[in-house]
Design a binder for this molecule. Structure first.
Ligand code: PMP
Length: 424
């Protein structure tokens, strides 16, 4: 397609008419599709149906009855499985319930209410702030917003957050208490932190002694096009005496069953001791049968990796479909830009400035629900109104094909409208 941004007003008006016609055709199909969340499709969930029957015995390896109370921080064999998978010593690991977001919320709440390592509770810190690489994960931002923590957006590149900005803000302001990080195949950009980014985060000077990195490695084993290594942030932080800075989160939500998988937290041994002191008041223990079920089903970390290869094979055609359609429909038009992710669950697209909300609204009117425009920024405020998160996993291939064609049409419609507006 010709570069739309360089069209004359007459050409744009002509195109607008043509697009409107195509849009009416889409509307007439009465589509009803949801691409708003990164949910696995049923066919993906089927890949781990063996979990439903994996529990042939309820005893742990030490003979403990997993049906009963006991063991706050996870059965040893579950810790070992994640220790092998993530290359983190088992002593640093807590296996929690089924949601890592829940663990993050609880951790933030503990920091707010009790503080950490002898520093004052965060609720008592005037003007408390958190660094939010954006676009990022909307539910992270919801956690910090819920607690009244001011969110500071930080630009993200394919290599991770703009570290010049992060270092400056962390060093200058004692009220900057931490940063949200999704270090591999980030939601929604697909950013993968380089060794340099990891090193700088681990070693940077922070004005706050209790600066914390919420290291949410939710997509740590979710490679689709390319296996990307991630530098060990614990080792990097330990090397400069900053081990307590790292709060690591992980879950099997996008590996087995979201909402019924396992969530994991890892931290320095002194942090773990502090966390357990409060956790033991909060719960007697998490679901050990679910832990046992996952251990019995996967047995080894290598089996999880093999499963992730299968999952990657299942997801790749969907990602291909989206990326190919974006290229065919929008490539060279000047109306949108996007980056091919190496893995994860999303593709982030930037429309022309001022067009994201209109694009999403057009799609909705024709029956396709996208993630809300702005959702990928703190306070849902995308300063350019241009970022849209595409979540290709949930629809069937047939649905996805329709949805993404409609989406491209909506990007064009809003872009053309915006260009015509500009030209008066
Ligand atoms: N972190 C990120 C970056 C995510 O994308 C998601 C799921 N969309 C979660 C955490 C939620 O994980 P869980 O199901 O373990 O709460």
């Amino acid at each position: 397609m010709k570069k739309v941004t360089e069209m004359t007003k007459e050409e744009l008006l002509e195109l607008q008419k043509e697009l409107q016609k195509q849009y009416e055709d889409f509307k007439a199909q009465g589509l009803k599709l949801d691409m708003s969340r990164g949910k696995p499709a049923a066919a993906q969930l089927d890949l781990t149906n063996g979990l439903l029957t994996a529990l042939d015995d309820y005893h742990t390896e030490s003979g403990l009855d997993a049906r009963n109370y006991g063991v706050l921080d996870g059965i040893p064999e579950a810790k070992r499985l994640f220790s092998d998978l993530l290359d983190i010593p088992a002593e640093k690991i807590i296996v929690g319930g089924s949601s890592s977001l829940n663990l993050m919320y609880d951790e933030m709440m503990r920091l707010m209410l009790f503080g950490t390592q002898g520093e004052k509770p965060w609720k008592d810190v005037k003007g408390i702030k958190f660094l939010c690489p954006s676009p990022g994960y909307d539910r992270h931002f919801a956690v910090t917003e819920d607690m009244g923590i001011e969110m500071i957006p930080v630009p993200v590149t394919a290599d991770g957050p703009d570290m010049d900005v992060v270092e400056k803000m962390a060093a200058e302001d004692e009220a900057v208490k931490g940063i949200w990080c999704v270090p591999l195949h980030s939601n929604p950009l697909g950013a993968c932190y380089t060794d340099e980014t990891v090193d700088r985060l681990a070693s940077m000077k922070t004005a706050a002694k209790d600066f914390r990195i919420f290291w949410d490695n939710a997509y740590g084993v979710h490679h689709i096009y390319e296996e990307v290594p991630l530098k060990d942030i614990f080792k990097a932080a330990e090397a400069c005496g900053n081990e307590d800075r790292i709060l690591y989160f992980f879950s099997t939500s996008k590996i087995t069953f979201p909402g019924a998988g396992l969530a994991v937290m890892a931290a320095s041994e002194s942090n773990v001791a502090e966390i357990k002191k409060h956790m033991t008041v909060q719960t007697i223990g998490y679901d050990k049968l679910n832990q046992l079920r996952h251990v019995k089903y996967f047995k080894t970390a290598d089996n999880i990796r093999a499963h992730m290869k299968k999952l990657g094979d299942a997801l790749r055609p969907k990602f291909d479909m989206v990326l190919n359609t974006l290229e065919e429909e929008l490539g060279g038009t000047g109306l949108a830009s996007w980056v091919k992710p190496k893995g994860g669950y999303f593709i982030a697209l930037d429309t022309l400035p001022g067009c994201a909300k209109a694009t999403v609204a057009f799609a909705k009117e024709a029956g396709v629900v996208m993630t809300g425009a702005g959702a990928t920024y703190p306070y849902k405020k995308d300063p350019k109104d241009s970022n849209i998160r595409i979540a290709p996993t949930y629809p069937t291939p047939e649905e996805l094909d329709k949805a993404i064609h409609l989406f491209c049409l909506c990007v064009k419609m809003s872009g053309v409208n915006e260009l015509l507006n500009e030209r008066g």
